[in-house]
Design a protein around this ligand. Structure first.
Ligand code: KIV
Length: 290
């Protein structure tokens, strides 16, 4: 017996592609946990990426290489519980997809089976085309990612802008154009363009039929993505030039914590209204510990 599942209002890949082709500028943001997901769910963000940037943002690592597939699945599950509208994409972490298309399929399959995401993202251009084709032909949607690919940290010698003059560790503009076209042909439904000149991102966006999602790639992409902690002003240190901090929640958090320390030290917290009294409340029974 078949069951009719009503439209939940959830963003699907066909819906996103249709909206983008009708001129909608797509909005995307990263998330790693349930609380942030609940906040994002109160907005009209189109795509939520469980990014492998979790390695630096949440785990305090120097780059994205150490995060594991199990950890990505764990964070995807946490985020998925809080998101009811946006399309969910999970990054395939370093070494979970580079060895062979078969291994990549198994990694992607685990993500789809164990967490409730709608697509996976992987980094790399032409070299990943067979892998992308292998996964997408088996009905697992893939988002591409080219330009400044953080998993290429050692090849690039750090997080360096790509698509400018061809220097060691820098992919040329022509190679990136070819990468984008090859990925589209291999079946990605969209592609992240990270850390490349605006003119190049505009050219790639113009050439592709699928949407481009830019980060540090100028305003002419089909959509934009930022790391949540960067846009909320929770990240420490000087952010890269392309980051706009739409709030200063980091500073607000430090002030709140200092207020807390002061209130506790001065015994103004907890107040009477924040405490239980023996007369008005039944005291919780304290169990004897044997
Ligand atoms: O991991 C990540 O955060 C990303 C970006 C595109 C923001 O891949």
């Amino acid at each position: 017996m078949s069951q009719f599942v009503p439209d939940s209002g959830r963003n699907t890949i066909p819906r996103i592609l249709e909206q983008s082709s009708n001129g909608k500028i797509l909005t995307a943001v990263t998330a790693y946990d349930f609380t942030s997901a609940l906040l994002i769910d109160q907005t009209d963000i189109d795509i939520v990426l469980i990014g492998d940037s979790v390695a630096s943002v949440i785990q305090g690592r120097g780059n994205t290489l150490p995060v594991t597939l199990d950890e990505m699945i764990y964070h995807s599950k946490c985020v998925a519980r809080g998101i009811s509208k946006a399309l969910l994409v999970c990054d395939l972490p370093f070494l979970s997809y580079q060895v062979s298309p078969e291994e990549a399929l198994r990694s992607a399959g685990r993500v789809f089976k164990e967490s409730e995401v709608h697509a996976v993202k992987l980094e790399g251009g032409k070299v990943m085309a067979d892998t992308v084709r292998y996964i997408t032909e088996r009905d697992m949607p893939v988002m591409g990612h080219i330009g400044l690919t953080p998993q290429s940290y050692h090849r690039m010698g750090g997080h360096r802008i790509q698509g400018k003059s061809a220097k060691y560790g820098v992919t040329s503009a022509e190679e990136l154009v070819e990468d984008a076209l090859t990925l589209q042909d291999a079946g990605v439904f969209s592609v992240v363009l990270e850390g490349i000149p605006s003119e190049l991102a505009a050219r790639i966006t113009e050439m592709l039929d699928i949407p481009t999602i830019g980060i540090g790639a100028g305003s002419e992409c089909s959509g934009q993505i930022l790391v949540l902690h960067d846009l909320l002003g929770l990240s420490q240190g000087t952010p890269p030039k392309f980051v706009r901090r739409f709030a200063e929640l980091g500073q607000e958090s430090v002030s709140a914590l200092n207020e807390y320390v002061k209130a506790v030290s001065e015994k103004t917290f907890p107040s009477a209204s924040e405490s239980y009294s023996a007369s008005s409340h039944k005291m919780p029974r304290i169990k004897a510990v044997s």
